[in-house]
Design a protein around this ligand. Structure first.
Ligand code: MSP
Length: 503
């Protein structure tokens, strides 16, 4: 078991033969929110992302451009490496499957699978999609013999290669699912994986004979490992070489959460645990499967064009706005439509008005009525119950990767604070010197409430959160500080608009 208080979260490693897009950004942002939240709880967090570089698609693309596969991979991996900081992702390492240390460890693990008797030779024949680097089973094939994902014509492939005895794990996988009902979430994905297992597992191809761009099979170097097994093992191998001279495996393995998209469910929820069992390694605690962001039905927007381009949003509205929007508008775990119009609405109404304005107004009132010094007072008993237990509730949600619901729980309090300002009308209290104490209490309550929601929002909107906490001079972002009265705000500083309005 991984050490207590350790939390290990991963994203899929991205194929280097495409340019980074919103789908990649989505998974990375979600995993980052989890990583940041768990750090707030004082846990030891390891957050891994990276690139999947071997296999036929990269080899083919390189050939077409007159390059060596490694040259193409180097060039494209850079774009994904650069994506993480643009998203403000706090990954602790970036793995590339072309890293030699990764290859060595893949060989070690799969040699063990071989030594344990779970590998045999066989003839593989089937319909193959070169873009997926995967054979398709009959019932997935689209009309016209096409790939259901890429809609390109499939190729008939046949070769002698090594097989992994997946069928030997039928019972153990069923048992894993029976004893760990939260192994895969959401439930609909758990059911999907389990029914695939129950339909009867067949052995799967483990190597490729006609390819050289991959990790060589140690017992037969005329083969390379099938790219998916090389890729899945990244989650394990990275811990061994992410820190020079310090093997993190004992501390972080098994992973707490693999966060993936629904298209790669089978690999992560069936093949991967079986492979780990075959190598005598513990299986991950949870796999969380998110849905797709759908871009159709898009209306044209003046400022953003008609494609929700993550980079255009970041350039114009900042990274926080993108992070907030993708986890707010579509319930994480489900499919849902995103659009530039919906983005702009949420930005204006929620980030700029409900949150940004609340912050500017609160600080401006403390400056105007109390010379920038926050009066010490009791939190208004009218508001306190609405914040009771909030931090625990958010933590429970995040434990279940209910990232959208957790955000909504916090946002209800942002709205509560807005109502509180209107109800208490501090600008009226300020006109009446007999009500100075009331004004003190209202200002104190507002600033404290604002601080608490801001600490809780830090995983979603880290930049705005840091700016506001700096202006309140309470930089502590631990979850323990996300309670009314947990900190003392003294003098309040200046604050630029957190989410400026755009014409
Ligand atoms: N290389 C494999 C993963 C190997 S992990 C051991 C791969 N790479 S990928 O780059 O094609 O996709 C990575 C992730 O991005 C997938 O989980 C996929 O679901 C996600 N997304 C790609 N497009 C997406 C959307 N439009 N919406 C949400 N996420 C989608 O698969």
């Amino acid at each position: 078991m991984a050490a207590d208080h350790s939390f290990y979260v991963t994203t899929p490693i991205y194929y280097v033969n495409a340019a980074p897009h919103l789908g990649h950004a989505y998974t990375t942002i979600a995993a980052d929110v989890m990583a940041r939240h768990h750090r707030q709880r004082g846990e030891d967090v390891f957050f891994l992302t990276g690139t999947d570089e071997h296999g036929e698609p990269v080899a083919d693309a390189a050939k077409a451009q007159g390059l060596e596969p490694k040259e193409l991979a180097d060039r494209n991996a850079e774009r994904f490496k650069a994506l993480a900081p643009r998203l403000d992702a706090t990954n602790d390492f970036f793995i590339r499957t072309s890293d030699p240390e990764h290859g060595r460890r893949v060989q070690e693990v799969l040699q063990r699978v071989y030594d344990n008797g779970y590998v045999h030779k066989g003839l593989y024949e089937g319909w193959y999609c070169p873009r997926c680097a995967d054979f398709k089973v009959e019932n997935e094939i689209e009309e016209g013999n096409r790939c259901p994902i890429h809609h390109i014509e499939l190729e008939r492939h046949s070769e002698e290669n090594y097989f992994f005895a997946l069928s030997a794990f039928q019972e153990r996988l069923e048992e894993l699912y029976a004893t760990h009902p939260d192994f895969v979430a959401p439930k609909v994905r758990y059911n999907e994986a389990l029914s695939f297992i129950k339909s009867g597992l067949q052995d799967i191809s483990l190597s490729r004979a006609q390819l050289t761009w991959g990790v060589p099979v140690p017992w037969d170097p005329s083969h390379v490992f099938y790219v998916w097994f090389d890729a899945l093992l990244n989650y394990y191998t990275a811990l061994g070489f992410a820190r020079d001279g310090d093997d993190l495996t004992a501390k972080f393995w098994p992973a707490t959460y693999h966060v993936i998209g629904k298209d790669i469910l089978r690999f992560h929820t069936v093949f991967w645990p079986a492979m780990l069992m075959a190598a005598d390694l513990p299986v991950p605690e949870h796999v969380f499967v998110h849905g797709y962001l759908l871009l159709d039905g898009e209306k044209m927007s003046k400022s953003l064009g008609n494609v929700l381009d993550p980079f255009a949003i970041i350039d114009r509205f900042g990274t926080d706005a993108l992070r907030y929007y993708v986890l707010r508008d579509v319930s994480f775990g489900e499919d849902g439509s995103v659009s530039t119009t919906a983005f702009e609405q949420r930005y204006e109404t929620e980030l700029a008005n409900e949150y940004g304005n609340l912050a500017s107004r609160t600080l401006a009132m403390v400056a105007r009525y109390r010379d920038g010094k926050l009066p010490q007072a009791e939190v208004d008993p009218e508001l306190a119950p609405d914040f009771e237990g909030l931090a625990d509730r958010v933590a429970e949600r995040i434990d279940k990767v209910e990232l959208t619901q957790a955000l909504d729980d916090i946002w209800q309090r942002v709205r509560r604070l807005n109502r509180y300002v209107e109800e208490r009308a501090p600008w009226q209290l300020a006109k009446d010197s007999d009500r100075a104490e009331d004004l003190d209490r209202v200002l104190h309550t507002l600033a404290e409430g604002l601080r608490v929601v801001t600490v809780l929002l830090a995983p979603w909107i880290p930049e705005a959160s840091a700016k506001l906490l700096a202006a309140l001079d309470t930089p502590d972002t631990s979850l323990a500080s996300a309670r009314l009265g947990a900190q003392t705000i003294g003098a309040v500083g200046a604050l630029e608009p957190l989410f400026p309005k755009h014409e």
